[in-house]
Design a protein around this ligand. Structure first.
Ligand code: AMP
Ligand code: GLY
Length: 429
């Protein structure tokens, strides 16, 4: 098969690294890709929302399967676009249409979906500028902490946890009246704070059948011990020891089955990944959010734990034959540590020369924000630059392999967290 992966992050490098290992992979392209994806396939200078450009390329290169990495083109309707083009009707695509992508594109839609299908989640109400006064009263009559969420996509920044009613009221006004997140906060979901341990479960579905992929825990804050600003993710660990068989069975019965069945009942033909952010509250799962794609950097620990042909699984999902597919998982632990540019998630430098990648042989080096420079040079070109994945028979051994890799790689303003996985090690002791 000829495959096109859309995106340019560590997730897309992990996808292309895994897909390239398949015997069924003939040509592999990544658009726009990064310096790492260039070693798994061929980078193409096309942006993920340039649907016309993507169409021309798909036709010219006889692409059989398109794997959409980020949420943006899904929310913008890339599947709907493909389905409307007579030249593209035979092309397989991983990712839901505009309707299914609302699970990530609108928090209000996803809350209503969960309510409709009896999926456990925090109690919530949605407010607009017209119902501002009601929203302010709602905040005052509910205990803090309380969670305020911009309805639309806000680059991971649209969730604010307020510790006091005053702060919550101020925040609600900023979001609805001052358009703090632009159009994304013209509707605000206010919900109950859920206390517990977070983890993420990944599902690949063809709309009727599904496979549960390895679960993962990520580390969102920039600072050690989960302090400071939120980021796209600073590290991840899979498997998650507190997600035991009993808990994962509850997730399957109470969350995954009603979600897949709910999509079907609502007439949404969903072919793609579902990333379910969960809170484990006293052994019971509650959904925090849905994403309609894989996570980054979670993909960099999930895919290294899949032993079988991942492309075969993707093909089955896109064709609607996942019931006939099977896959095997490695019992090993995988951990990843994200190396970022100093200053991230705020302003940072680009263009610094990275050294030592080739010497980090005990780990898998996934590129996120990199580009090629002079011959033989790799330069930083984003906030999250590399994700260094280690594997091992225990969390400690996997972390050792990740951090040994991290120690060998450097550039002038590099930063990473030194405590990825430490909370899990403590839980295990
Ligand atoms: P989201 O974008 O919905 O994933 O929210 C970002 C982060 O905010 C989550 O990963 C949680 O850490 C936190 N969060 C969101 N909703 C809640 C909630 N209801 N209770 C506690 N924490 C939450
Ligand atoms: N690591 C979180 C995400 O991909 O949204």
């Amino acid at each position: 098969m000829n495959i096109l992966v859309l995106g340019s992050g560590g997730r897309e490098h992990a996808f292309s690294w895994k897909i390239a290992q398949s015997d069924h992979c003939e040509k592999l392209f990544i658009a726009p890709g990064n310096a790492g994806t260039a070693s798994a396939g061929t980078n193409v200078d096309l942006q993920v929302n340039d649907f016309e450009g993507i169409k021309d390329f798909v036709v010219k290169e006889q692409i059989d399967l398109v794997v959409v990495g980020p949420e943006d083109p899904l929310v913008n309707g890339i599947r709907d676009f493909f389905e409307a083009q007579s030249e593209l009707t035979k092309v397989l695509l991983i990712g839901p249409g505009k309707d299914g992508a609302q699970l990530e594109g609108s928090k209000d839609f996803s809350k209503r979906f969960m309510e409709r299908h009896g999926i456990p989640t925090a109690r919530s109400r949605t407010f607009t500028v017209e119902s501002l006064d009601e929203g302010l009263n709602y905040v005052s009559s509910h205990p803090t902490p309380i969670v305020l969420k911009a309805d639309g996509l806000a680059a991971g920044k649209g969730v604010i946890i307020s510790e006091t009613p005053e702060h919550a009221r101020e925040t609600l006004k900023e979001m609805l009246v001052d358009a703090k997140f632009g159009d994304a906060s013209s509707r605000v979901v206010i919900e109950q704070f859920l206390a517990g341990i977070e983890l993420s479960v990944f599902v690949l579905t063809d709309g009727s059948n599904y496979k549960v992929l390895p679960e993962a825990k990520d580390y969102k804050r920039i600072g050690e011990n989960d302090t400071g600003l939120n980021t796209g993710g600073m590290g991840a660990v899979s498997p998650v020891p507190f997600a035991d068989e009993d808990f994962l069975r509850k997730v399957d019965e109470r969350v995954i089955q009603p979600t897949v069945n709910g999509l079907k009942k609502d007439g949404i033909d969903y072919k793609g990944f579902l990333f379910i952010g969960l809170m484990n509250m006293g052994g019971d799962p509650y959904v925090i959010e849905y994403n309609v794609r894989m996570g980054d950097p979670e993909t960099q620990v999930v895919l290294p734990r899949i032993d079988s042909d991942f492309l075969a699984l993707l093909e089955a999902a896109a064709k609607g034959t996942l019931d006939q597919a099977s896959y095997t998982t490695s019992p090993e632990t995988a951990t990843t540590v994200v190396m970022v540019s100093g200053g991230y998630p705020e302003a940072y430098e680009k263009g610094n020369v990275i050294s030592g990648i080739e010497t980090a042989s005990e780990s898998l080096v996934f590129h996120a924000g990199t580009k090629t420079g002079e011959p033989g040079q790799i330069l930083t070109s984003g906030g999250r630059v590399l994700a260094i994945t280690g594997k091992g028979s225990s969390v400690a051994k996997a972390l050792e392999n990740s951090y040994n890799g991290v120690e060998k790689i450097s550039w002038s303003d590099e930063y990473h967290r030194g405590d990825i996985g430490q909370d899990i090690l403590k839980l295990l002791n």
